[in-house]
Design a protein around this ligand. Structure first.
Ligand code: NAP
Length: 334
């Protein structure tokens, strides 16, 4: 975990990839979102001659753009920097003819076909839509946390736990994710301290009991992380007691922020069935959503695995399902 790349904060001035050049702005398939799910869907859809158009968003590339070394993506035995991996995905999607537009979708109308999208004030229509807008990990909102992201601060134990062998670490949060991550991290760390802002876990009883019984896990109750400190990498965190207001420090090499994720589904609320946490509901073993012709892949519909490889897998599924659905529609129309 070195050289943490930074998420571009400003709108990128250049469009990477050809703009949708000429009218008409109707496409067989439009893909919204450009993480591993969207770009894999693009590769498969392009290779199926569906000539997909992708709106990659202003913050293109998804969560891997915020990571450093990725060591668990199959096919790269020496690991790969997250942004480099996404660049490869993107080049592969372009190679087969995907059109990529570096803009956010402003509005969608999935109530009638063709589906309609507004981008930079212009309307586009599509017979099928693949949604792969992902999710973002909630952060504490500290400047120091942002600065040390990828240098000891992480939002994914499965991805980064391995970097903390024989080191003390902390996990912030009291939900199922935090406790599951804390349990997983005991495989590597010498000590895992769970920092929770209340004196009671939100996590399910079974996970909580497993954590209480684990010698490597201890708890700092009624505490919030108010600063992450270290010279270029995490060395300690400052804690503030939520009851007394007293501050203290805890020496750790890593801080895992596990306070929940927010799926990027604001555009689709009221148009697609979402679960109680805002994730798009898909049919079992499928990317089919509640609206025929609309498919969802990756973290926007998966709050369980949240891995680049599973997102890529579901992106492949979405393209194949979109292709089969379009084929069936063409048959029934003709
Ligand atoms: P969550 O259930 O929303 O829990 C978030 C935790 O972070 C809560 O304990 C919350 O504290 C804390 N928190 C939130 N904002 C904070 C802040 N700014 N500073 C400090 N702490 C903060 O999220 P999750 O754990 O990611 O789980 C999401 C959903 O997935 C849940 O429905 C969960 O059951 C499910 N899930 C299930 C499993 C499983 O069954 N194995 C595994 C993972 C996730 P408070 O408690 O004080 O609100």
């Amino acid at each position: 975990m070195d050289e943490a790349p930074r998420r571009p904060r400003q709108r990128r001035p250049e469009v990477l990839g050809p703009m949708p050049s000429t009218k008409p702005t109707h496409r067989k398939v439009i893909i919204i979102g450009s993480g591993p799910a969207g770009l894999t869907a693009a590769i498969y859809a392009a290779r199926a001659n569906l000539e997909p158009l992708m709106f990659e968003g202003i913050e293109a590339g998804g969560q891997l753009m915020l990571t450093t070394e990725v060591e668990n993506y199959p096919g790269f035995p020496d690991g790969m920097m997250g942004p480099d991996l996404m660049k490869n995905f993107r080049e592969q999607a372009l190679r087969f003819g995907t059109e990529i537009v570096g803009a956010d979708v402003e509005a969608v109308d999935l109530s009638q076909r063709p589906f309609r999208m507004t981008v930079d004030g212009e309307d586009y229509t599509a017979d099928a839509v693949i949604i792969s807008t992902g999710a973002t990990a909630r952060m504490l909102g500290l400047e120091s946390e942002r600065e040390l992201l990828g240098h000891g601060v992480s939002t994914c134990a499965t991805c980064d736990g391995f970097f903390f062998r024989d080191k003390p670490i902390a996990v912030v949060g009291g939900g199922d994710t935090a406790i599951e991550e804390a349990l997983f991290l005991t495989k590597f760390a010498t000590r895992v301290t769970v920092i929770h802002r209340r004196d009671e876990l939100r996590a399910s009883k079974i996970l909580a009991e497993r954590a209480f019984a684990n010698d490597k896990i201890d708890f700092r109750w009624n505490a919030t992380v108010t600063d992450v400190q270290g010279d270029g990498k995490v060395e300690r965190v400052e804690l503030t007691d939520t009851v007394t207001g007293e501050t203290s420090t805890l020496d750790v090499d890593g801080l895992f922020v596990a306070i929940g994720h927010d799926p990027t589904t604001g555009l689709f609320a009221g148009q697609l069935d979402l679960d109680e946490n805002g994730y798009i509901l898909t049919e079992p073993d499928s990317t089919v959503t509640s609206v025929e012709g609309v498919f969802a892949a990756g973290d926007v519909q998966d709050h369980v695995f949240r891995q680049a490889v599973t997102a890529a897998g579901s992106g492949c599924m979405a393209a194949i399902e979109a292709e089969r659905w379009l084929e069936a529609e063409a048959h029934s129309a003709g």
